[in-house]
Design a protein around this ligand. Structure first.
Ligand SMILES: [Zn+2]
Length: 500
């Protein structure tokens, strides 16, 4: 009989989404029987879920994948809360040819683009988390640790209140929270797209805090953020810090919401309406280039916003030309981004520069090992040659030994160095450093970076917060996470000039 592994765990203590361990067993065993599987149950009753080694049942399952055709979970978030761990697990399942099945359907484990995005997100997510942890332990954000609110309006679903000591903190706003749950219901239970949801809530008379109708982009932004789980970052002097407030919806509901957002998304927008660099490139006049479709030439292009708004603002664009063909500009600006993303070592250097962390540098270690091996080969060859020549010249053995002694000494030194370096490399490889782990993930995913779609590009460009400025001879391209130059030092990328 075909066999499936049921995997159960609770993700938060006192989970309120109705997926208790018993519920999960019931749903999963029914699913297994419906699919014609004999099954074996794997259950981690603890709540942590962050580290694989704290989940013995999952570890046991991963060690026995060859016995199963499928792994059944009530939703993907059961596998892992951390995207890095989830990615590793999906990779293991894919390698073992095991299907991942949930009551909602089967998860495609093979999509390379999704793996790439996931790996890149993981890398920077891990970097961000490391940085956060450092800050918290350095005690730079005591107020945040004490759950106080240090500025800005309350996020949707929350309101500001004063503590008895006169500080400000956040609490759930019942009315706002009800609004959030209603919107989540429209997406998850009714299957509306964000666009349809925005239209619906506007028609119902709901407005944003500013009193304006909801735009679908803005609404989508709110629905994708972990704010809904009470994980709300604020910008301290040293960077963003995340604090935990009471969640508006349970974690499993949030996972359902993210799945529904992906599922309900309308088909990819017509290419003529997708401009990944819109608003991210400066015009020579000081304005910004925005994407637009030129009907007269039937071509995608980027045009200076000062030119577009001249009639309203009275400010004119002084650059000539004030517009560029989109495909040319995008090709030019994408290149340095692609070069950084496609090179795991440079990507890791970027992440390290981002966190300001010293990390193991496997690339440098590898280079030094290769160098020692090469020199060792040379010395060995030289020894053989010298020995042969000395014999031809009729030298005596003691004379030959003396001539060879220097080369022998060099040979021994190189051998010793090589052993030490190889040991260091083994150590570095065995470290469970999250950055090194992310490095390996990206290495695997970089292969998929060959031909990203414009949508993939747009997502990466937004993730990296890419900005471009015209300079002599081309554009300078920068990201919030430093792109790196070829020699691995973080810095600005210079790219070439556009054909006029
Ligand atoms: Zn301009």
């Amino acid at each position: 009989m075909r066999r499936a592994a049921l995997y159960r765990r609770v993700s938060t203590p006192g989970q309120v989404d109705g997926f208790s361990l018993a519920d999960q067993l019931e749903r999963l065993s029914r699913l297994a029987e419906a699919e014609g599987f004999g099954w074996e149950d794997f259950c981690d009753p603890g709540h942590s879920g962050e580290k694989l080694e704290e989940r013995p049942a999952l570890m046991g399952l991963l060690g026995r994948l060859d016995e199963f055709e499928a792994v059944l979970v009530v939703d993907e978030s059961r596998l892992a809360r951390s995207e890095a761990v989830a990615f590793l697990i999906r990779q293991r399942l894919r390698e073992a040819g095991v299907r991942l099945v949930t009551p909602q359907g089967e998860t495609d484990l093979s999509d390379p683009d999704e793996s790439l995005m996931s790996a890149v997100r993981t890398l920077f997510g891990v970097a961000e988390q490391t940085r956060r942890t450092q800050r918290m332990t350095q005690g730079l954000d005591r107020a945040a640790q004490e759950g106080l609110w240090t500025g800005g309006p309350a996020p949707v679903g929350y309101r500001l209140v004063k503590t008895p000591a006169g500080h400000t903190t956040l609490e759930v706003d019942p009315e706002g929270a009800a609004f959030v749950r209603m919107v989540v219901g429209m997406v998850v239970d009714e299957g509306l797209s964000v666009y349809e949801t925005a239209k619906r809530i506007n028609a119902l008379g709901y407005r944003t805090r500013k009193g304006t109708p909801w735009e679908h982009r803005n609404l989508g932004h709110h629905l994708r953020r972990r704010h809904l789980l009470g994980e709300i970052p604020y910008n301290s002097a040293g960077g963003p810090v995340v604090r935990q407030f009471p969640p508006l919806i349970p974690e499993a509901r949030f996972a359902d919401l993210q799945a529904a957002l992906r599922r309900n998304a309308r088909p990819a927008p017509d290419k003529r309406h997708l401009y990944p660099f819109s608003g991210r490139v400066a015009c020579e006049c000081g304005g910004r280039l925005v994407g637009t479709w030129r009907n007269d030439r039937a071509v995608r292009c980027y045009v200076c916003n000062r030119h577009v708004n001249a009639a309203i603002t009275g400010r004119r664009c002084t650059a000539r030309p004030h517009w560029h063909r989109a495909d040319r500009l995008e090709t030019l600006l994408w290149e340095p981004i692609r070069a950084t993303l496609a090179d795991p070592d440079r990507l890791q250097a970027a992440a390290l520069a981002h966190t300001g962390q010293e990390g193991p540098d496997p690339a440098e270690l590898d280079a030094r090992i290769a160098d020692r091996r090469r020199r060792l080969d040379l010395v060995t060859d030289e020894r053989v040659r010298t020995f042969r020549d000395a014999r031809h010249l009729g030298l005596t053995n003691p004379e030959i030994r003396r001539i060879l002694s220097q080369l022998s000494e060099e040979h021994d030194t190189l051998t010793r160095e090589l052993r030490t370096l190889e040991q260091q490399a083994r150590l570095a490889a065995s470290r469970t450093d999250p950055i090194a782990q992310a490095h390996r993930l990206v290495q695997a995913a970089a292969v998929a970076l060959g031909h990203p779609t414009l949508g993939d590009q747009a997502a990466l460009i937004a993730l990296l917060d890419i900005q471009a400025t015209p300079v002599e001879g081309g554009y300078e391209v920068t990201g919030s996470i430093p792109l790196t130059t070829e020699d691995g030092t973080p810095g600005k990328m210079l790219t070439g000039e556009l054909p006029r």
